[in-house]
Design a protein around this ligand. Structure first.
Ligand SMILES: Cc1ncc(C[n+]2csc(CCOP(=O)(O)OP(=O)(O)O)c2C)c(N)n1
Length: 658
């Protein structure tokens, strides 16, 4: 028999129904509804080669509606991606399978990013589409020339982040971004009209997108719409009107099909209506063979691309291979050593945000894949160094991005750029606004991406802007995220060291918390070792056997050093420990940690933030000097006095213990 479009789409539908039934949980409705659109995309348009899933110039496909993960798994299986076989489909949602409840980046080739938190996928895709343009402008369109396709649902487009991301993509005119919107009018609570009356097309049109609408079950209409979208000079939204759980006799078109197995009877009924007489998990050979052919449609193109790559100038080729592999250029650490040497020699008293800008000034030339930016706080976060031009819709050759006041969209786009490869994104905002980007940063950590957040104005030390801007709980909340390094350097030298660490951690994002106010340089003298690499170290040993260990981070380390001097006047010996990165310190052998924190000493921690988490270093009998409320609006020095975070308070609290 000749295999028709509907047979190919029904293979997706049946696998989705069977796998969700087998797992006894999952979302069959969305894959069944979007099966036609996905079939058109994967058999006619998407540029990929299932036999080489990591082909650099492949089109990226992002399933933003991650709950419909079976759609992606079915596509990867049918097209012959090596990681997803029928056993994986049968093990959907089981422990250890590659086919987790939601697509998890790193589980299987072909999963370009983790999705599930609605809105993240489309916003990450914006970063991928941007990375494509950035690299095309650096290496040429013969080498970098691909599309980013997204399937997004109502939930994705209701989420706030989609507004930020789509507005940003429209502003930049990211013409190779094509979003296929599953316009099925259904979400979990029922009809989307319960909570939503947006005119989605008008909304996207106002962002500067090209928009169109089609019957998502009419393959010819979908083909024409995608063809038209590809010819646009701006991003495209194709609203695909579909029926959720298309084919299910009773549940199609209802919220009942959104997130629960259909049940054996409903599945049998659906298979009858769809004309799919095959056993569970079975795809007949003829249909499978057409799918597999589609999976290697791109092999020839890939070979042609590889040949083009081979004609690149050797130097450019090396650079391209290097940045795409994620390896840093030879000698990049020298830039760090150089600036460290200057800091040690000059001992500047300056804000750590200023030191960070100075480090970047040196780094930027030696690490061309670094791409800076900020969420409209460039002058405050010091992320733009001289000679860095900003990108625009007409020119992607620059190295700086004005993300606008869109922290969440910014952090998701950074994930997309890091995952695309070829770019190491860093960008800044105020530490307190990390809450505005946290969901994307959590995914950076989960997906093990090297993205660097520069988070300045990191305490009451920012002063007059007051409690709305003064983070007190933010450090603790960031430290709670697994696989995120939270750095809070004490001085210029530590800033250079923390930057070195952030850059070298290929699989861990970094949040670098920096001050607005000036701090002295504490690390003078011999400084070739990166002391911050162990997360914490004795920055100022007491003269004699210590009875106290004063542990601090960031701007409070110098307060601890002053307190150490006050105690010394009374003959009381204390060591001062700087703890710029808890995560790295916690990874050290117990003996190292014990030596640094001191055995038998009373521990006293100083941090202008809440105490949560400090117990593990100071024990239940330790003393904490910091914040237990929100801050206030006043000059910084008044605030440190008011909240009793001073050397005198530290010394007096210690003395009371004697
Ligand atoms: C940020 C976020 N909030 C809530 C959820 C839970 N959730 C998963 S799917 C869904 C409804 C999505 O509706 P829609 O996009 O229309 O998908 P469809 O019903 O068409 O499958 C919700 C609320 C989530 N995954 N992410």
């Amino acid at each position: 028999m000749t295999v028709k479009h509907k047979d190919l789409a029904n293979a997706i539908r049946s696998l989705a129904m069977d796998a969700v039934q087998g797992a006894n949980s999952g979302h069959p409705g969305m894959p069944m509804g979007m099966a036609d659109v996905a079939t058109v995309l994967f058999t006619r348009f998407l540029k990929y080669d299932a036999s080489d899933p990591d082909w650099i110039d492949r089109d990226r496909f992002i399933l933003s509606a991650g709950h419909g993960s079976m759609l992606l798994y079915a596509l990867l299986y049918l097209t012959g991606y090596p990681d997803i076989d029928i056993e994986e489909i049968k093990n959907f949602r089981k422990l250890g399978s590659k086919t987790a409840g939601h697509p998890e980046y790193g589980h299987a080739a072909g999963i370009e990013t983790t999705t599930g938190p609605l809105g993240q996928g489309i916003a990450t895709a914006v970063g991928m589409a941007l990375a494509e343009r950035l690299l095309a402008s650096r290496f040429g369109e013969e080498i970098v020339n691909h599309y980013t396709y997204v399937i997004a649902g109502d939930g994705d487009l209701m989420e706030g982040i989609s507004h930020e991301a789509a507005s940003f993509a429209g502003h930049l005119g990211l013409s190779r971004l094509i979003v296929l919107y599953d316009d099925n009018g259904i979400s979990i609570d029922g009809n989307t009209e319960l909570a939503w009356s947006d005119n989605v097309s008008a909304r996207f049109a106002s962002y500067g997108w090209d928009t169109s609408a089609v019957d998502g079950h009419d393959p010819d209409a979908v083909i024409s719409a995608i063809e038209a979208a590809r010819a646009q000079n701006r991003p495209s939204l194709i609203s695909c009107r579909t029926t959720i759980a298309y084919g299910a006799p009773n549940k199609s078109g209802t919220a009942g099909a959104h997130g629960a197995p259909l049940g054996d009877e409903e599945i049998a009924g659906a298979k009858e209506i769809l004309g799919w007489p095959h056993k569970a998990f079975e795809v007949p050979d003829d249909i499978m063979s057409v799918w597999r052919q589609a999976g290697i449609r791109g092999t020839k193109d890939r070979h042609i691309w590889e040949a083009r790559l081979d004609t690149l100038d050797a130097k450019i080729r090396d650079q391209f291979d290097r940045v795409m592999s994620g390896a840093l250029p030879k000698g990049w650490e020298e830039a760090i050593q150089k600036i460290k040497g200057e800091f040690v020699a000059e001992g500047p008293s300056q804000a750590t945000r200023v030191s960070s800008g100075a480090v970047l000034e040196k780094l930027i030339d030696s690490v061309p894949e670094l791409l800076g930016g900020s969420a409209d706080l460039t002058g405050s976060v010091n992320t733009r160094v001289s000679n860095m031009s900003a990108i625009s819709r007409d020119d992607f050759s620059g190295r700086y991005i004005h993300y606008g006041i869109r922290e969440h969209g910014m952090a998701a786009a950074m994930n997309g750029m890091a995952q695309h490869g070829g770019i190491i994104p860093y960008a800044g905002t105020f530490l307190v606004f990390a809450d505005y980007l946290r969901p994307a940063l959590r995914l950076s950590a989960l997906m093990q991406q090297r993205v660097i957040q520069i988070l300045t104005h990191d305490s009451i030390g920012l002063g007059e802007d007051g409690p709305t801007h003064q983070p007190v709980e933010t450090l603790a909340s960031l430290r709670a995220i697994p696989n995120l390094n939270v750095f809070r350097p004490a001085d210029a030298v530590e800033v250079a060291e923390c930057w070195e660490l952030a850059l070298s951690m290929e699989n861990t994002p970094s949040a670098i918390a920096l001050t607005r106010q000036g701090v002295p340089t504490l690390r003078r003298g011999e400084n070739s070792l990166n002391q911050c690499a162990k997360g914490g170290y004795i920055i100022s040993p007491g003269k004699g056997e210590a009875v106290f260990t004063l542990v601090a981070t960031g701007s409070e380390v110098s307060i601890a050093v002053e307190a150490q001097e006050l105690l010394a006047i009374d003959g009381i010996v204390a060591n001062v420990v700087s703890l710029p990165c808890w995560e790295l310190f916690d990874e050290q052998p117990e003996e190292y940690r014990r030596t640094v924190l001191g055995e038998g000493t009373t521990k006293l921690a100083v941090e202008a933030a809440v105490s949560m988490g400090w117990e593990k270093y100071i024990g239940s009998d330790g003393i904490f000097i910091g914040m237990s409320s929100f801050g206030a609006s006043a000059p910084a020095s008044d605030l440190f006095k008011h909240f009793k975070i001073t050397a005198e308070e530290v010394a007096s609290a210690a003395k009371k213990r004697l």
